[in-house]
Design a protein around this ligand. Structure first.
Ligand SMILES: Cc1cc2nc3c(=O)[nH]c(=O)nc-3n(C[C@H](O)[C@H](O)[C@H](O)COP(=O)(O)O)c2cc1C
Length: 438
């Protein structure tokens, strides 16, 4: 069985690391002190050597992105932390903030030093009130201990919109405007918050920076696979015995992760898995020996996304799943660009007809055509996030979709396990022994 390897969550099972004193006991803030004695370029060199790539979904090289921030900018330089975490199936950043808030703060301060920034904004999902309070208390402690050294860290609570996780919509929202994506270029590194150079990174990405400095970039790069280095806090959910966050080296297989979570619940058969988060193409049960790495998942036509695996058992109706996913994106489309605003509505209407048995022959092709008219034609990837998974469900489970049309309704109807699929999980269940249900 795969072994947990905790870098980001290290020490949190043994101690209450929300307290500064306990975080210091496990070497907390030592890397910050070291980093402040290094040049900005030396820190970027370590990040480049580590091949750390963004944990928010786009998997962009972190050191490279930080290197785009102009040196000697006449404007202020900002660091924006993406703690919006609203991709369905993703619940790792909340655990990082709740259990190792100081590691995130330490990562912020190291990155701020690396880009010569004095202002950090943490944009936290509005629903994460508990995490917000924990982070605020940790920040107060760090400030009182004079760890900030002139850097201001602002906690900003979002108001509950998926689109505000998209980096430029996040910046709009931070500026007090309605969260809608900007067209790119210019990229935030050149013109971001208040049109000033801004580095935007995900919570997990930033919390991985202190362990990278501790290990050294080259040593970190030996963990995982050559393209996907280090660990990931994988979010396992769906029809599994023990859903939760499991920090593991990248490159373990989907099967190994599901086994760590106790396998498929209720002795059912696995039908499919959603890797990456709801925005990404689905895999069938016979593909679960695929490693959880960027390249391996790309080879089978999908993505690592925000490090998610949602296991789907044989009771799940794929049309109902497609409808639920499409409804989410329709609701969350900000409406700024036409293909996403109109296309997601079309997708929902067609899928409602298919599920209710009202669809005529040919409507599955119409659905695929609508997906095709969205893909790659929107201002931001939200449209793709709706079209890609739904097109993949039709592609991989066409017989099931066709059966709805032919039989005039859902063969699984009330038997479908869709509700179980989206049941809340105990996010801290990465400790498999302590969390086995009674
Ligand atoms: C619709 C949409 C929602 C997103 N939501 C999030 C999110 O909640 N958290 C996140 O870190 N990145 C999210 N992203 C990705 C960000 O745009 C961006 O790539 C990321 O914050 C960069 O950080 P990283 O390089 O550390 O991954 C989202 C992207 C899109 C298109």
């Amino acid at each position: 069985m795969a072994e947990l390897l905790q870098l980001v969550l290290a020490g949190a099972d043994e101690r209450d690391l929300t307290k500064l004193a306990s975080y210091r006991e496990v070497g907390g803030y030592v890397q910050l002190a070291r980093a402040r004695g290094l040049t900005a370029q030396a820190i970027l060199d370590e990040l480049n050597a580590s091949n750390l790539r963004g944990r928010g979904g786009a998997f962009f090289a972190t050191g490279r992105k930080a290197g785009f921030i102009p040196k000697d900018s006449p404007q202020p330089v900002y660091l924006a932390v993406n703690a919006d975490e609203s991709e369905p199936g993703t619940f790792k950043d909340r655990e990082i903030m709740a259990r190792v808030p100081h590691r995130l703060i330490e990562g912020c301060l190291i990155l701020a030093h690396a880009i010569s920034s004095k202002s950090v904004f943490i944009y936290i999902r509005g629903e994460y009130l508990v995490e917000f309070e924990i982070l605020r208390a940790a920040l107060d402690e760090a400030r009182e201990a004079d760890l900030l050294e002139g850097v201001t860290i602002v906690l900003h609570r979002g108001a509950g919109a998926y689109i505000c996780g998209e980096e430029t919509a996040l910046l709009e929202s931070l500026e007090g405007k309605r969260g809608m994506p900007r067209s790119k270029p210019p990229f935030p590194a050149i013109s971001g918050l208040y049109a000033a150079p801004t580095l935007i990174n995900n919570v997990e990405t930033i919390a991985t920076v202190p362990p990278i400095l501790e290990l050294g970039g080259a040593e970190f790069a030996r963990i995982g696979t050559p393209d996907s280095t280090g660990t990931r806090v994988f979010c396992l959910s769906g029809n599994v015995v023990r859903g939760g966050n499991y920090e593991l080296p990248m490159g373990i297989t989907i099967r190994e992760l599901i086994d760590l979570g106790g396998g498929v619940a209720d002795g059912r058969e696995l039908k499919a898995v959603i890797p990456g988060g709801s925005s990404f193409p689905i895999l069938t049960a016979d593909q679960i020996d695929t490693p959880l790495s960027h390249d391996a998942l790309a080879e089978v036509g999908t993505f690592l996304g925000s490090g998610v695996v949602i296991a789907i058992d044989d009771r799940c109706c794929m049309v109902q799943l497609a409808l639920r996913v499409a409804q989410f994106y329709m609701h969350e489309s900000c409406g700024k660009c036409t293909p996403c605003r109109e296309g997601t509505r079309w997708m929902v209407q067609i899928l409602e007809a298919v599920e209710a048995g009202r669809a005529s022959q040919g409507e599955l092709d119409l659905l695929l055509s609508v997906c095709d008219r969205i893909l790659g034609k929107c201002l931001c990837p939200l449209g793709d996030a709706a079209a890609m998974p739904v097109a993949s469900y039709v592609d991989k489970f066409r017989d099931e979709f066709q059966a709805h049309v032919d039989q005039g309704g859902c063969p699984l109807a009330g038997e479908s396990s869709l509700e179980d699929l989206f049941a809340p999980v105990d996010q801290h269940s990465h400790d498999p022994v302590a969390r086995v249900p009674a």
